[in-house]
Design a protein around this ligand. Structure first.
Ligand code: KG4
Ligand code: ZN
Length: 358
């Protein structure tokens, strides 16, 4: 079975083709991505209307590229998956529209996928895939969550952010330091030249008995220090503040992840979402988990940020388990706000899960 996946929830247009047998881990046949980062950089953040228009321009050529690379004709597609939410409404509609039109023309199922489910399953496409159950640390621009994952669609929220997401903490701090968008990679690059112990920054909530996160206090502290640096030409101080900020965010994420492993008694951690590309986070999690006797699984670096492969993969894994709910009559509705727990079993539109034969 070949599943085409389309991702258009935010500022990346991603298309991919995944092949799945009745059992076993699906394989990635080809994927293509267009990042809108350069377009939005001029505005310091994502402009939703521009994002939608650019998805419209890019998505069909990307789909053609993917099919060409995989040498699969249109008729060789068995299901078309798209990101149904969460994300920007207009941007989501572009992927949903193409997916449903294509699926209708081919008389194949169209399957709406939860973006975060895509992220948390993405390490299954890596060289060392995890096995269920595991703890997932989802760290993206909009989400910071710890989940217990027992199987596809069986997610229990263990901890969530009560204010900003980890990616937001990176992005907002980077902005305060005068760095460009997206801030995470820019801040990480500047941090390489700084002293992570130069500034003492708060780790909100860490002394409380909870697995929740909070980053707002950290951002306020960064602002206070950044204001003092304004106008100063001391590059070293900016690098020190960047390094101290990254240190605080990573410290919070690592300590909470270890807490979740301990609370669940599980020995396997999956890290997914854009912030999962952060080198310091990977290094700290590797050593902390090794000390705790746990294993960490990451998606391939190219699949950490948004992409079509994770959407095709999530749909394929649901189809393998009879958990995918194809959109009835190819009518689609997107869900810009969609809690992951609501995307449990079955996914998508109301009604009992419809089994799509493999
Ligand atoms: O998962 P993602 O691509 O999009 C969302 O669904 O939000 O995550 C984007 C987030 C941004 O906040 C970006 O700054 C952050 O991931 N990010 C990083 C790094 N690469 C991307 N943060 C820290 N270090 C990185 N290397
Ligand atoms: Zn994402």
């Amino acid at each position: 079975m070949n599943v085409l996946g389309i991702e258009t929830s935010c500022d990346e247009t991603g298309v991919a083709l995944v092949r799945a047998d009745a059992t076993g881990t699906p394989r990635l046949l080809a994927h293509a991505l267009h990042s809108q980062i350069d377009m939005h950089a001029a505005y310091g953040g994502v402009v939703p209307e521009l994002a939608s228009r650019d998805h419209i321009r890019r998505v069909v050529p990307l789909a053609e590229q993917v099919l060409g690379r995989a040498a699969i004709p249109l008729a060789g597609i068995d299901a078309v998956a798209y990101t149904r939410g969460p994300g920007l409404a207009g941007a989501l509609l572009v992927g949903a529209g193409l997916a449903c039109a294509l699926a209708a023309a081919l008389a194949r199922p169209a399957i709406g996928v939860h973006h975060l489910e895509g992220h948390l399953l993405s390490p299954f496409l890596s060289a060392e895939p995890p096995s269920f159950p595991f703890v997932a640390l989802l760290v993206s621009g909009g989400h910071t969550q710890l989940l217990r994952v027992d199987d596809v669609g069986r997610y229990r929220l263990l901890g969530d952010t009560i204010d900003d997401a980890a990616g937001e903490a990176f992005d907002k701090s980077a902005k305060l330091l005068g760095l460009g968008y997206p801030g995470g990679p820019a801040l990480a690059r500047l941090a390489e030249f700084g002293d992570p112990g130069a500034y003492t920054l708060p780790r909100p909530l860490l002394n409380r008995d909870t697995l929740d996160f909070s980053f707002a206090g950290l951002k306020t502290a960064v602002r206070t220090h950044a204001v003092k640096l304004e106008g100063a030409t001391c590059e070293q101080a900016r690098a020190d503040l960047a390094a101290s900020t990254q240190e605080a965010i990573v410290d919070i994420l690592v300590r909470r992840s270890l807490g979740a492993l301990e609370a669940t008694g599980l020995a396997s951690l999956v890290v997914a979402g854009g912030v999962g590309a952060n080198a310091l986070l990977r290094c700290r999690l590797d050593s902390a988990c090794a000390r705790a006797g746990a294993r960490v699984h990451y998606p391939e670096l190219a699949l950490c940020t948004d992409n079509g492969a994770m959407i095709a993969l999530a749909a394929a894994m649901r189809l393998q388990r009879g958990l995918a709910t194809p959109s009835a009559g190819y009518a689609f509705d997107v869900r810009p706000r969609w809690p992951l727990e609501d995307a449990g079993q079955p996914m998508g539109v109301a009604g009992s899960p419809q089994h799509v034969p493999l």
